[in-house]
Design a protein around this ligand. Structure first.
Ligand code: BG6
Length: 497
């Protein structure tokens, strides 16, 4: 499969026992874009062989029409040229149950199919309003248990819309399932570059001694998307960027970056350390909400050479909407390690380009002996490129060749593509496989999700009571001007987008 000598002899995955996976909401976008392709990819690579996929949704699809739809999902893009015989072997494993989510008869029909298997996974890929019905019906039909194997439930985001609703959902889930059966998914932590944060920090001796407030000046996490909300206006109106991206994805990146060294890689050790980070975030109170947060909304502009709509003109968006499409935050952690180090977060839609990265900026040397030269370089920066151009670069100061002692920053680069070829699997492949082998390390634990909502809910309440108008930024720009104030107040500049 791989011809890269760096990868020879490595084991690529644990082999899961035979299983059946039921996708609730199988007629939706996630199934088309992510779940079916991920399962097909695992099948093609030989990571899964004995399994069945059951779609469960309201639409009157049949086994045959689900198979035909799945064939169309695999007819484009990455899998377009895979031989038909391989696709057919996969598609034959697909079945479908058409039912509403509250109809016991639907679950009885589902039971007939899935009870042929010892190991069962249920993937909740429906709007969150349906989660309660699904979980209660799994319980009522006995599908929440599997005496001769396992029964596990993967729960998609959004997981609640504030602390109260997240708790409520946790209570509903735990009324029918043990915590060990619940897999709350966040696809960001399934990205190779995000997992590499742990490896970079803890498999190398050189970073950890410097990973604290004595040597680090500030941290910036940027997740910028070039696209606007597109067809998802309805969803976005109920969400906004803080809920859609920060509470989950950004906090996954941030906790891996700031956590204390774990003693081992067991799911609970890692997750306990992540929770500690969330609990040590300094709360942003009502009166400080405008000091530490900036919201924005995109207006019409030029994005990637084309005219782009403003948020208020998008389908499904109220013309008076105050939903944010951009968020910038200045955070502090009240810990010995991080006291005084600002952590800046910047996330937005319809921005200048698609780019996700973490930039760790180190302090200057204690005595700056080159400072009177024509050029004296800058702070060292470690940049983890999450996407695109996945990799890591480290900027150091070097002497410019010549008779004068002039200094300028240069980069040491590691690019995934050049080093490992095309081996990077899709986030959903890794995460589904982990669930199949019972490894919940990369899934969010109950206390973790509630700790992140505790912090985020305070900001939401502060914003709800803030009458000031929402700052605007032009589509295709780097976000609202107001965000500059967050960093410049402590002498830092946002990195160029
Ligand atoms: C999703 C959000 O969870 O993540 C989207 O709902 C966002 O709004 C997407 O576009 C970004 O994911 P990725 O993997 O494309 O960076």
């Amino acid at each position: 499969m791989f011809s890269n000598p760096l990868l020879d002899g490595l084991q690529f995955a644990k082999e899961p026992a035979p299983f059946v996976i039921t996708i609730f909401g199988a007629t939706g976008d996630l199934t088309r874009k992510k779940l079916v392709p991920a399962l097909f990819s695992l099948f093609l690579k030989g990571n899964i062989s004995q399994f069945q996929v059951v779609g469960f949704a309201r639409r009157p699809w049949t086994k045959e029409s689900f198979q035909a739809e799945a064939a169309s999902m695999l007819a484009v893009g990455h899998y377009a040229h895979v031989p038909e015989a391989q696709k057919k072997a996969f598609l034959e494993k697909l079945d479908f149950v058409s039912s509403t989510f509250d109809d016991p008869d639907g679950y009885a029909r589902l039971a007939k199919v899935v009870n042929a298997w010892d190991n069962k996974v249920y993937y909740m890929s429906t709007p969150p309003d349906d989660y309660e019905n699904i979980v209660r019906n799994l319980g009522a039909s006995g599908l929440n248990k599997s005496p001769s194997g396992y029964s596990r439930v993967i729960v998609e985001k959004p997981f609640g819309r504030d602390l109260a609703t997240a708790r409520e959902l946790n209570d509903i889930l735990s009324s029918q399932l043990e915590e060990s059966q619940i897999y709350r998914i966040d696809h960001y932590i399934g990205k190779e570059t995000v997992q590499n944060i742990l490896v970079l920090r803890f498999a190398n001796g050189i970073f950890e001694p410097l990973w604290n407030n004595r040597y680090i000046d500030n941290i910036q996490i940027t997740v910028s998307e070039a696209i606007g909300v597109g067809t998802r206006g309805n969803y976005y109106e109920k969400s906004g960027t803080l809920r859609d991206m920060v509470q989950n994805h950004i906090f996954q990146i941030m906790t891996l970056l700031l956590m204390e060294p774990p003693n081992d890689l067991s799911p609970d050790t890692i997750r306990t350390e992540k929770v500690k980070v969330l609990r040590s975030l300094r709360p942003i109170t009502h009166k400080d909400v405008n000091k530490y947060t900036v919201r924005g909304q995109y207006s019409a502009g030029i994005s990637q050479g084309k005219t782009a709509k403003g948020y208020l003109q998008e389908d499904g968006v109220s013309p008076t909407s105050k939903t944010e499409t951009f968020v910038a935050l200045k955070l502090f952690l009240d810990t010995w390690r991080w006291e005084g180090v600002p952590v800046f977060i910047r996330v937005g839609k319809s921005m200048a380009r698609r780019m996700s990265e973490v930039a760790v900026t180190f302090k200057q040397p204690p005595l700056q002996i080159f400072k009177n030269q024509a050029s004296d370089g800058g702070n060292n920066q470690l940049v983890i490129h999450i996407q695109p151009d996945e990799g890591v670069s480290f900027s150091i100061n070097a002497k410019i060749p010549g008779y004068l002692t002039q200094v300028r920053p240069v980069n040491m680069d590691f690019a995934y593509g050049n080093t490992f070829g095309e081996a990077t699997p899709e986030a959903y492949e890794r995460l589904i496989l982990d669930c199949l082998v019972g490894d919940s390390t990369l899934y969010t634990r109950r206390d973790e999700i509630e700790a992140s909502w505790t912090f985020i809910t305070r900001i939401l309440q502060g914003w709800a009571d803030d009458p000031s108008p929402l700052p605007q930024y032009k589509a295709g720009s780097a976000g609202p001007e107001e965000a500059k104030e967050l960093t410049s107040s402590v002498g830092v500049k946002w990195r160029k987008l």
